[in-house]
Design a protein around this ligand. Sequence first.
Ligand SMILES: [Fe+2]
Length: 317
Amino acid sequence: MNDGTPRGPVAPVGVGLQYNPEVAEWFPFHQAGIDAVEVLLDTVIAPLDSPWTILPDREAEIDALVAGEPTVIAHSNYGAEFGFEPLETTAAVLRHVPAAQRFRSPWMSDHCFYGDGSWSDIWSSPVQFSRAEVSRLAERASRLQELLGVPLAHENAAYYVPCPGGDLAEPDFLAALVEKAGTYLHIDLHNIHTNVVNFGYYSMRSYLDALPLDRVVEVHVAGGSWSGGMYHDWHDARVPEPVWEALEDLMSKSRPGAVIVEVQGRAHSARTRELDPAEDAPLILGDLERAAQIWDRVYGPHSRRTTAVAAAGEAAR
Ligand SMILES: [Fe+2]
């Protein structure tokens, strides 16, 4: 345990799994003893030209999730809050804000993508890492966080090409953005790993060292695959060793509210395999267990939602 554990910007929740179409139907979310479920909003929110927040045929499922034990966290790949349309017309404001409030999500996170109104085919559209964009995006991010009423965290993206014209290194851009906007960070360690493998612009250590780690509210871990000469962040494999090593290092220097495992397969890319419950349930449970072991090693044995509740129950007997 790290006696000098930093205090975090949000209350600690623990370790969880992303809730997305590829695993939602078969993974035993309620039996796995997880602390958090992260709902991928893009798969459950209603179109912008409809009167609903959540798709009507997903309402009961989502309500059951929110009524369950694990903390529900709202997350998105693309809300277009960093795009060029008026902020008030974006999915971030029209769908993510009411959804996050309905989930009682302790924070909300979204990628540093431009996005647009279609929100269906814009992966990946990384923002330009420039001083000019820090100024423009900070204003929008600050306003969105005000509307959310909870911390807004920006997730670093994996990308196939960076946006041209930047004048800042990626981690310096993120550091400047959260400082100017008063917002927070969602660090996806596998996205960093993917960019390191494909481009080598930075190392995992130099990237993390350049960030204000006291602003980290959530961490993603995942696995990926090689295809067409590139390593892809497809969430279709076990979490690789460099990501586990970085997780323990990051957690010893910051205090995130949650570490979420992402597993998607074809929900992320049609070019990867279809997940197989018989093969992938043990894979997911193994990665969740390893993340929980790291959490407990760094923050102590009763520091996650489930272990704190269990310890309180024992003490009351
Ligand atoms: Fe992620």
